[in-house]
Design a protein around this ligand. Structure first.
Ligand SMILES: [Zn+2]
Length: 156
């Protein structure tokens, strides 16, 4: 984490989104460990069925496009865009901020207004890293991808 108080102020925090339901269940089903993809990642602690809700991301509600500017220069992405005006900045959020990108993901985010839920896309074996597709990143040249999947787009 390289976030500083200064970048937070620049991002104009307009609210906080706390996670209620998932903080309780999260430690039993996921674990944060070193990832082969990038830095730390989130891993399944048990076998998981497809289409299972794992929990909800927590973080700060920030205004776009200020928030986009602050992540452009960061090596990791902790920003989930909710609408044209708002994003969820997860730098100080719960363990779901460690979800790495894969071009062949096994999880996805479901965004309902300001609530960002994490679901499995398919059955996941215990010990597997949980990944989502970030889509396009705010970085001008894109970010290099090391997800290792056969479908890898190389840049995201
Ligand atoms: Zn990839």
């Amino acid at each position: 984490m390289r976030a500083s108080k200064t970048t937070y102020r620049a991002a104009r925090v307009v609210g906080r989104i706390a996670s209620r339901s998932l903080d309780a269940s999260e430690p039993r089903i996921v674990a944060v460990r070193d990832s082969a993809i990038h830095g730390q990642g989130l891993f399944a602690r048990t076998d998981l069925p497809g289409r299972r809700k794992l929990g909800q991301l927590s973080g700060c509600l920030v205004r776009l496009p200020f928030a986009r500017k602050t992540v452009e220069s960061e090596p990791a992405i902790y920003l989930v865009e909710l609408s044209r005006r708002y994003a969820l900045d997860c730098r100080e959020g719960n363990a779901f901020k460690h979800l790495n990108h894969s071009c062949e993901p096994n999880c996805y985010l479901r965004i309902i207004r300001r609530v960002v839920e994490v679901y499995t896309l398919k059955q996941i074996k215990q010990g597997t890293e949980l990944t989502i597709d970030y889509g396009l990143t705010p970085h001008k040249e894109g970010m290099g991808c090391q997800c290792g999947s056969r479908e890898c787009r190389r840049r995201i």
